[in-house]
Design a protein around this ligand. Structure first.
Ligand SMILES: Nc1ncnc2c1ncn2[C@@H]1O[C@H](COP(=O)(O)OP(=O)(O)OP(=O)(O)O)[C@@H](O)[C@H]1O
Ligand SMILES: [Mg+2]
Length: 224
């Protein structure tokens, strides 16, 4: 199992009030499994991804990734996990502005010690960004930045890939292509994929769909 969340609770401070954003959440994602996470804006999807990525402290409950219990892990172990086993496609891409497209894509793979020139070049072709290797992020369109962020995340062949609306800036055709590619590569490399999406079409292409509402996470029946 790549990811096991048990009885996770998370409160946020909203002015003078405390709001229970995540309430007793449990979720398991096995290797190669592709999960869609849906829910209204503000329901806590990005916060949940941040907790899984170890970017926010766990208040209550447990998150285990590739056997590592996050709440008890040292900063060194957490950073090793992020470097080697976890990739994130952020809602705001977070590309490195002083690196070219090609260097951005190779960066995480090199950091993880899994740089594979053939995989990097295949990914850039599959994501239709092979004409941009020497451009810098500031000169790219939103959809191009999104595809570079996807290539960067996949180039490291992570055990767990967290993706926050990775198709939010893409048109219908590109969005379908990108999701099919993400699912295909997740299966090929045995990567667990947890993807936030507002698109029912995108969610339908995943193995399971969960919805976050009023702090509760529930499995949604897929329509066939
Ligand atoms: N550090 C924080 N302190 C206080 N409130 C926060 C903090 N981080 C997020 N929030 C609030 O928590 C709620 C959930 O935010 P989050 O970003 O997780 O939502 P989301 O489901 O990802 O929404 P969207 O679909 O718009 O991206 C929001 O109301 C947000 O304002
Ligand atoms: Mg969000």
């Amino acid at each position: 199992m790549s990811l096991i969340i048990e009885s996770l609770n998370h409160q946020i401070v909203d002015g003078d009030n405390h709001r229970q954003l995540l309430s007793d959440i449990s979720l398991s994602v096995s290797q190669g499994e592709c999960i869609a996470l849906m829910g209204d804006s503000g329901s806590g999807k990005t916060t949940l991804l941040n907790l899984i990525a170890g970017l926010e402290p766990i208040q209550q409950g447990s998150i285990r990734i590739a056997g590592l219990q996050l709440a008890q892990a040292t900063e060194k172990k957490l950073s090793e996990l992020r470097k080697k086993h976890l990739s994130i496609i952020f809602q705001q891409y977070n590309l490195l502005s002083n690196l070219s497209v090609q260097d951005n894509i190779e960066f995480s793979a090199r950091l993880a010690g899994r740089y594979d020139a053939l995989l990097c070049s295949t990914l850039t072709k599959q994501l239709d960004i092979h004409s941009l290797p020497h451009k810098y992020p500031a000169t790219l369109s939103g959809g191009e930045m999104q595809r570079v962020a996807i290539a960067r995340a996949l180039s490291a062949q992570p055990k767990l890939l967290l993706a926050d609306e990775p198709t939010g800036n893409l048109d219908e055709h590109n969005s379908t292509c990108v999701v099919e590619l993400l699912v295909k590569l997740a299966k090929l490399h045995n990567t667990a994929l947890l993807m936030v999406t507002h698109s029912v079409n995108v969610a339908q292409r995943m193995d399971k769909i969960y919805r976050l509402a009023d702090g509760q996470l529930t499995l949604v029946e897929k329509a066939f």
